[in-house]
Design a protein around this ligand. Structure first.
Ligand code: URP
Ligand code: ZN
Ligand code: ZN
Length: 462
C-alpha cells in the first residue's frame, strides 16, 4: 500500500522545505509539490508539522547480561518504545562475556532480536577478549554484515580488555575497515577509587560518581586515542560526558586521528545531583561514566552545535528500581549501571535543545539521525529523506504538550528518570519502511517487522 504524506515541512541535515512525499513499497519514490493521491493507499495530512528522517539511536542495550542481572527490556518492548519516541533504527551493543565465544554471542543477540524487533537494528560487535580464535570469528561476523566493534576500557574482569587485546582488536578493525566504538574509563583507577571509598565507609549512591571523576574518563579517551593513532584505526567514543574527555578527543582529532564522538541525552539534561538523591533514589541515576556537574552541559551542547560531537544516543540500559537497582543498596559498586531513555531521547533533544535555541533543526537531525547513518554505513538508505531511501519518517507535531512518566511510557521499566518533566512537541506519526508504526503515541505497526541491517565495511566520517 502506498503512503502519501502531504504538505509537511521536510527537514534533513542540509535542507528545509514544504513538499509531499510518496512512499511506495518500503522506500520513498517521489518528493514533489502537490502529488496526486495514489489509487490505493493512505494520505496523511502533515500540514503544520515537521517531517524528519527516522531517528537513529547509535547506542542501546536492549538485551544485556550485566552486573549479575539482565536489562529489563526485550526486543518487543524496547523497540516499540523506540518507535513511539521517533527512533526507527537502533544499534544494540552485542556484549558476550569474556568466557563466551564471539560467534555464540552474535548468535544469541540475533536470536533475541530476530522476529521480535519492531524497528530496524544492527549491532556493534563486542570484543570482550582477543585471541586467534576470536579474531577468526570476528572476521566471520563482519562478513555477516557488521561494520563496527565495541570495546570496554572499563568493567575490569567482566567486559574490559587489556592493552595487548586493545592493540590487536584495533589492528583487526583497521584491516577489515571496521570502526571501533569504545567505552573510555581507566578501569584500574575506577577499581582503586572504589576500594578506597568503600574502605572509608562510603556505600551511598553519590560514591559512584566520586569513584569515576572526569579525569578517569579523560585518561580512558587519551589511552584509546593513543592506540588508535599508532595503528591508524577509526574509533568512535561512546557516551562522552565531560569537558576533560572532550578536550582529549579534540586534541587527537587535531593530530589527525579518525575519531567520532557520541554523547547521550542524559548528560545533556541530568546532572550529578540526581545521583545524590536521598533514600536510595539516586540509584535510578547511576550510570557510567556518571552524571556530571551541571557546568559540563553547556560545553556538550556547544560542541554539538559546532559539529564537534557527532551523535546523541541513549545508552539505554534499563534496570528496575525495585528489584535490580536495590542490589546495590549497601554497596554502590553493585548498583546495575544504566539510565533508560530510548523512548524520550528525541523529545528531550527537541524540547531542551531546539526550543531553547541550543541547537538548530538541522543540527538536531544530524546528531539524532544522519551522522550515525554516515559513520555506521547506513547512509543514504537511513538518515535522510530522498527518493530511494527507506521510508522511515517521523511526522512531528510541534504543538503537542505532554509529561514524561513511568505511568505512561512504553519502556519495560518501573521508573522514568525524567518523571514529571514537560515536553513540547512529539512524533504524531512514525513510519518504518513504508508502514505506519505509530499514531498519536501508540504503536500500531507489525510486531517483529524490524530488520537486521547488513552493513558494508569502510569507515567514513560524519
Ligand atoms: O551505565 C552504563 N553506561 N550502562 C550500560 C553499559 C555501558 O557501559 O554502556
Ligand atoms: Zn559504556
Ligand atoms: Zn552502553
Amino acid at each position: 500500500m502506498a503512503l502519501l504524506i502531504k504538505g509537511g515541512e521536510i527537514v534533513t541535515a542540509s535542507s528545509r522545505y514544504v513538499a509531499d512525499i510518496l512512499c511506495e513499497g518500503e522506500t520513498i519514490s517521489r518528493i514533489d509539490i502537490d502529488i496526486s493521491p495514489p489509487a490505493r493507499g493512505e494520505v496523511i495530512d502533515a500540514a503544520g508539522k515537521f517531517v524528519f528522517p527516522g531517528f537513529i539511536d547509535p547506542h542501546t542495550h536492549i538485551y544485556l547480561p550485566f552486573m549479575g542481572t539482565f536489562s529489563k527490556d526485550t526486543y518487543e518492548t524496547g523497540t516499540k518504545a523506540a518507535l513511539i519516541g521517533g527512533t526507527t533504527t537502533i544499534f544494540d551493543m552485542c556484549c558476550p562475556g569474556r568466557s563466551e565465544e564471539p560467534m555464540d554471542g552474535f548468535q544469541t543477540w540475533r536470536a533475541q532480536s530476530e522476529g521480535r524487533a519492531a524497528c530496524d537494528y544492527s549491532f556493534h560487535m563486542g570484543v570482550t577478549k582477543f585471541d586467534e580464535s576470536s579474531a577468526a570469528q570476528l572476521r566471520e561476523i563482519v562478513k555477516a554484515g557488521i561494520q563496527s566493534f565495541k570495546i570496554f576500557l572499563a568493567y575490569k574482569g567482566a567486559l574490559g580488555i587489556d592493552d595487548a587485546e586493545l592493540f590487536q582488536a584495533l589492528s583487526l578493525a583497521k584491516e577489515l575497515g571496521v570502526v571501533t566504538t569504545a567505552h573510555c574509563e581507566n578501569e584500574t583507577l575506577v577499581s582503586e577509587l572504589q576500594r578506597a571509598l568503600l574502605a572509608a565507609g562510603r556505600t551511598d549512591t553519590a560514591a559512584h560518581h566520586d569513584s569515576r571523576p572526569p579525569r578517569v574518563e579523560a585518561e580512558g579517551v587519551h589511552h584509546l586515542l593513543t592506540f588508535a593513532e599508532m595503528i591508524g584505526a577509526a574509533v568512535y567514543i561512546v557516551h562522552l560526558s565531560c569537558r576533560e574527555a572532550l578536550e582529549e578527543a579534540l586534541a587527537a582529532r587535531l593530530r589527525g586521528v579518525n575519531v567520532s564522538i557520541e554523547t547521550v541525552v542524559q548528560y545533556l539534561t541530568l546532572d550529578k545531583t540526581y545521583a545524590e538523591l536521598p533514600d536510595f533514589e539516586g540509584a535510578k541515576y547511576v550510570m557510567s561514566p556518571p552524571l556530571r556537574d551541571k557546568k559540563h552541559q553547556p560545553i556538550l551542547w556547544n560542541a554539538l552545535a559546532q559539529g564537534l560531537i557527532n551523535t546523541v544516543g541513549t545508552d539505554h540500559a534499563p534496570f528496575d528500581f525495585k528489584t535490580q537497582k536495590t542490589m546495590g543498596r549497601d554497596d554502590f559498586t553493585k548498583i546495575p549501571n544504566g539510565i533508560p531513555a530510548i523512548e524520550d531521547r528525541v523529545n528531550l533533544l527537541y524540547t531542551h535543545g531546539v526550543l531553547t535555541g541550543k541547537i538548530d533543526l538541522s543540527t538536531f537531525v544530524k546528531i539524532a539521525s544522519t551522522n550515525a547513518a554516515k559513520i555506521f554505513n547506513l547512509y543514504p538508505r537511513k538518515g535522510t529523506i530522498q527518493p530511494g531511501a527507506d521510508a522511515d519518517l517521523v511526522i512531528f507535531d510541534p504543538e503537542y504538550e505532554g509529561i514524561l512518566s513511568a505511568k505512561t511510557h512504553h519502556m519495560n521499566i518501573d521508573y522514568n528518570a525524567f518523571e514529571g518533566w514537560k515536553i513540547h512537541g512529539r512524533p504524531s506519526l512514525v513510519t518504518l519502511r513504508g508502514e505506519v508504526a505509530v499514531r498519536d503515541g501508540q504503536f500500531v505497526g507489525t510486531p517483529g517487522r524490524g530488520q537486521f541491517l547488513q552493513r558494508k565495511t569502510g569507515t567514513p566520517k560524519a
